[in-house]
Design a protein around this ligand. Structure first.
Ligand code: ZN
Ligand code: ZN
Length: 361
């Protein structure tokens, strides 16, 4: 990973906002900028260089991982050490220092103010590093392709465990066990296995509910591989589907394909949502599509851009987004289909390789 290039880009942003420094406290951002994966670390980024503050638990790890930044092993909390560093700097007066407003509590803010004294004026910023993270470089894409591929393989394995009477949680356990054995560091979010009527709950975590004799089963899950998240959803049917269930599935599949086709560089994020939603409207199912169409994914499971109604933000070459329309009919069941898609100048590239034909088990 070219951490120096990332930091240089960030410094341009920092300077364009007339800040002297940015104090990066959100750990995925710290990792993105210097490679540090520990659970306690603060990165101070300035035009003259970056410094990572961490504590004695991470002496060895920081030496191994951190690139493009000086490492300070503090005897106190990393944040307090960073603030004191600001307080003790040379020069006169106070400098404007950006903080990541979305990732600081009021208590942490107070601590920062106390330790930095009168030498730093803390300025709220939002999404400065997250903005850079939206566009993936070639090394990140390699990792994301591998994560997406692994989840597709796991899905093919786990459907063998789906049959009437098996509990959702047992299926999720098989999936997660196989994921760890295949090298995943963990799951990107709590695995969703939603069977029968519960498939109508868009975010139902795997429960002790059993797979019924007949009905949809929704799987929505992702793995973390080398720090990068995957995210996919497939819906299968246990027993033979009636005409209405089949029509429901086909409508969502058509909407998902329309969404994927709308993914290209320079398209507005809202266009992808509109493309998927208009198919469901034609099938008079738009009422049952109760969430947005997708989101960016990377070091975190939910990143920008948001693929939602009216979002004007332009997609860019190298972004990785999900396309995941669904319909949820209370008392009957639901269908969702989700792929990870790479945005390219010449159109979409599907990263999720699993089949989308309706599987009847
Ligand atoms: Zn998902
Ligand atoms: Zn998703």
């Amino acid at each position: 990973m070219d951490y120096r290039v990332r930091q240089r880009r960030l410094v341009q942003e920092v300077e364009s906002k007339r800040l002297a420094a940015l104090l990066v406290t959100h750990l995925p951002n710290v990792r993105y900028l210097c490679g540090f994966t520990g659970s306690a670390g603060v990165l101070l980024v300035t035009a003259r260089g970056s410094t990572l503050f961490t504590d004695g638990r991470y002496t060895v790890q920081a030496r191994e991982e951190v690139q493009g930044a000086r490492v300070v092993i503090a005897r106190k909390a990393a944040l307090a050490a960073a603030a004191e560093h600001l307080a003790q700097r040379g020069g006169r007066g106070a400098i404007p220092v950006g903080i990541e407003a979305a990732h600081l509590t009021l208590a942490t803010h107070a601590l920062l103010r106390k330790h930095s004294g009168k030498r730093a004026r803390l300025r709220a910023t939002s999404g400065m590093v997250e903005q850079l993270r939206q566009v993936k470089d070639s090394e990140e894409l390699k990792l994301m392709r591998a994560a997406a591929r692994l989840s597709a393989t796991l899905f093919d394995q786990v459907i063998q465990h789906v049959r009437p009477g098996v509990r959702e949680a047992e299926i999720a356990a098989e999936l997660e066990f196989a994921a760890r054995r295949a090298g995943a560091q963990g799951m990107s979010f709590p695995t969703i296995v939603a069977a029968g009527q519960r498939s109508a709950l868009p975010h139902a975590h795997a429960s002790t509910h059993q797979v019924p004799r007949r009905g949809f089963v929704v799987f929505d899950f992702g793995v973390i591989l080398d720090g990068y998240c995957s995210d996919m959803t497939r819906t299968v049917h246990v027993g033979s589907p009636d005409a209405r269930s089949r029509a429901l599935y086909e409508a969502v599949l058509e909407a998902q394909a329309a969404g994927v086709q709308a993914v290209r560089a320079q398209a507005a994020a809202g266009e992808v949502d509109r493309a998927a939603r208009s198919v469901l409207r034609r099938h008079t199912l738009a009422l049952y599509f109760t969430h947005s169409t997708g989101h960016g994914v990377g070091l975190e499971i939910y990143e920008g851009p948001r693929l939602a109604k009216g979002q004007a933000e332009k997609l860019q070459n190298g972004m990785v987004v999900t396309v995941e329309p669904g319909v949820y009919i209370p008392g009957r069941g639901g269908v969702r289909i989700e792929d990870m898609v790479l945005v390219r100048d010449d159109g979409p590239e599907l990263l999720t390789t699993a089949s989308k034909e309706l599987l009847t088990l």
